[in-house]
Design a protein around this ligand. Structure first.
Ligand code: BV8
Length: 229
């Protein structure tokens, strides 16, 4: 199991130009969460939901990793096999920065899923309700992201990694979405040193031994430089 488990949220991608969810002008203000990030919302209006994710897919296509993503890739290179990134983000900026051991617990914008047969494939830039599954031909495709009320991906793998972690860090997450919001407490209870790197305190701040306040593009490279001594 990896010694360093890092949970990332929208805040690590903010300086790459991608919106966060709960800050001023956050994504959920423009689009009510119930309408675009729940299975019910998708059933009600698949056109609106595809529009929402098509807009984000276009935004992500223009985004580049920032120094925070790159610092985590350096950490993984220096500590081979010892770093796991569990990201709540559905962008691929960790991979673009060179990280390899990345688990997308809320799915990926770049992937599509068939609701009929469960097939997964690389999503086109723009998805529509008329798309058909390359596997079974059903016109029942959806973005391969985890909506509210759906089970996040990789939970067994995540819980095993938290149990063995020596260090647990959370970067750029507000600690308001479960079960990710409970990871710090779990890691803390199982003996890990817990570090929160964020612009401001989060809802989970009490679960962390250490806090490094500032923008990810500054505090994450500093933290990694210290770890690599
Ligand atoms: C589930 C994908 C159960 C789509 C998303 C208790 C236990 C279990 C579940 C629940 C529970 N209580 C409530 C629930 C239900 C629900 C939930 O948590 N609701 C909340 C709103 C109360 N949870 C779920 O439904 C989850 N599923 O639990 O299933 C189950 C059990 C059995 C069987 C079936 C199911 C699924 C949740 C996943 C939802 N999908 N996204 C998409 O992206 O469109 S969640 C969405 O919000 C994002 O993925 C993101 O992960 C998540 C959290 O947002 P953050 O990443 O934290 O971003 P946010 O904007 O909130 O904060 C940004 C932070 O960055 C801030 O702190 C800010 O200060 C900081 N920041 C900003 N700029 C910078 C910065 N930091 C550093 N530098 C900067 N420059």
């Amino acid at each position: 199991m990896e010694k360093i488990v890092i949970l990332t949220g929208a805040g690590i991608s903010a300086e790459s130009g991608l919106g966060t969810f709960r800050g001023a002008g956050g994504l959920w203000e423009q689009y009510p969460l119930e309408d675009v990030a729940t299975p019910e919302g998708f059933a009600r209006d698949p056109v609106l939901v595809h529009e929402f994710y098509n807009a984000r897919r276009a935004q992500v296509a223009a985004a580049r990793p920032n120094p925070a993503h790159r610092a985590l890739a350096r950490l993984e290179d220096a500590r081979a096999g010892e770093v796991l990134i569990v990201t709540q983000n559905i962008d691929a900026l960790h991979e673009a920065a060179g990280s390899r051991n990345v688990l997308h617990m809320h799915g990926e914008l770049s992937r599509a899923l068939c609701r009929a047969c469960g097939a997964r494939w690389d999503a086109p830039e723009q998805m529509s309700a008329q798309d058909v599954c390359p596997g079974c031909g059903a016109a029942l495709t959806r973005p391969d992201v985890v909506w509210f009320g759906e089970m996040p991906y990789g939970m067994d793998r995540i819980e095993a990694a938290l149990a063995g972690a020596e260090i647990f860090a959370a970067i750029g997450t507000s600690g308001q979405v479960w079960p990710a919001a409970g990871f710090a407490r779990l890691a803390h209870e199982m003996g890990a040193h817990t570090v929160e790197l964020n612009l401001e305190p989060s809802a989970a701040s009490a679960d962390f031994h250490e806090h490094r306040q500032g923008r990810a593009s500054e505090v994450v490279p500093e933290w990694v430089a210290e770890l690599l001594g």
